[in-house]
Design a protein around this ligand. Structure first.
Ligand code: F3S
Length: 394
């Protein structure tokens, strides 16, 4: 792989130990994927933030890099395993909190912005069309590639961090226009009414597409919330990192050959929908996977106004969107109902299974997928029903 003089110097350790380590990671990755060279990135989104996923080995790796490493480009963080300010009220035990705060401290020393959100594009980190970025959060990767037209592979924790410390990433995969062509067609025959229908479709298509690039036909309109949840679901049941929607997404017009196509009709919608739920009465309800938009906060305020929740109800969103919700008056109504904002974290990366909850109701297929993997039972229901469930008997 060709390296510039400056990159050679980084690799030789002339710009510090952390930069050298980061460059070693990128060169190794570049060799595996046959990259000709590195490309500069304009922003990084790091996904390995929750201590639940990182463990002590991850914390040690970060602390070592933080000794002399510094982010060279804007770097934002994925959700942590708890609220950074209200973790006690969330029931998080102090041993976990201590480690989580050490992780955040290491990232702060590295120069990352402590955003802790999986929707950086709603919180001020919105790349432009065609820009190279290195993002790790899988739902945000799909959204950035598909809806914005920025270019990123699905970065792992170490490779995203390496991109941050060098400002570069190997030029391969979705950074190359020829790797962004669709590989599988999807004829959408089902009527997609709600964002949750998009979530179900993403879950169904992700399994079939694996790490391919779906090309959807027959979707007349889609909101930001529809595309946000579609992105998350595609990346959870499969390894999808990008999709196109005919007549809608910015690169859908690129030339491509004939595609083998699958159909997503009424039957696929209802079968996948029922497959996402288990038996049991929910004792924990959460929305905001991916983190809520301001529109979702407006809907929640409308639905929760004048009501009381009877069970633990988490509304996951970024501090920035919560701030916008404060200004618009939505946050007050939501909090008056007894629902709790889960800032900096979410129902999946927080250790909720250790807090004693057994059955989680949520409107996200992605959350259902990961919560099940963590040993919890799940109920997949639309946002409006999540509110009904949370306020039952309240
Ligand atoms: Fe975000 Fe957590 Fe879902 S990180 S995409 S809310 S699993």
């Amino acid at each position: 792989m060709h390296l510039t003089r400056e990159e050679e110097a980084m690799l030789a350790g002339e710009q510090g130990h952390a930069t050298q380590k980061a460059m070693q990671i990128l060169v190794a990755l570049g060799k595996i994927y046959d990259a000709e060279r590195l490309v500069r990135v304009s922003s990084v989104q790091v996904s390995g933030v929750s201590y639940k996923n990182l463990g002590d080995a991850g914390l040690e790796f970060l602390s070592e890099l933080a000794r002399d490493g510094k982010a060279r480009v804007r770097t934002t963080l994925n959700p942590a395993g708890m609220s950074l300010t209200d973790w006690e009220a969330q029931g998080i035990e102090s041993g976990f909190a201590e480690k989580q705060l050490k992780v955040i401290d290491a990232y702060a020393r590295l120069g990352a912005e402590i955003t802790c959100t999986c929707t950086p594009y709603l919180a001020g980190n919105e790349p432009a069309f065609g820009q190279h970025i290195a993002w790790g959060e899988s739902s945000a990767v799909v959204y950035a590639n598909s809806v914005i037209g920025a270019r990123t592979n699905r970065e792992g924790g170490p490779s995203a961090l390496a991109a941050s410390l060098t400002g570069r990433t190997p030029l391969y995969g979705l950074h190359l226009p020829e790797k962004r062509v669709p590989t599988i067609g999807v004829n959408v025959e089902a009527h997609l009414r709600l964002p949750e229908d998009f979530s179900v479709m993403g879950y169904y298509v992700g399994r079939a597409a694996k790490d391919g690039i779906p090309y959807f036909r027959g979707i007349g309109r889609a909101s930001l919330e529809d595309l946000k949840t579609l992105s998350a679901a595609l990346a959870s049941s499969g390894g999808v990192a990008m999709f196109h929607i005919d007549g809608m997404t910015p690169e859908a017009g690129m030339p491509h050959g004939n595609l083998e196509a699958l159909t997503f009709g009424r039957r696929e919608l209802s079968e996948t929908d029922s497959m996402l739920s288990d038996e049991g009465e929910p004792d924990f309800i959460s929305v905001g996977c991916p983190h809520c938009s301001l529109t979702e906060l407006a809907t929640l305020a409308r639905l929760l106004g004048g009501r009381r929740v009877s069970r633990e109800f988490w509304v996951c969103c970024s501090r920035e969107v919560k701030r916008q919700g404060d200004e618009a008056g939505y946050s007050r109504v939501i909090e008056e109902s007894g629902a709790k904002f889960a800032l900096d974290t979410c129902m999946v990366v927080a250790p909720i299974e250790e807090l004693g909850y057994k059955v989680v109701a949520t409107n996200s297929a992605k959350a259902c997928h990961y919560l099940r993997n963590a040993g919890l039972r799940v109920r997949f229901i639309p946002l409006e029903e999540c509110v009904e469930e949370a306020t039952k008997g309240g």
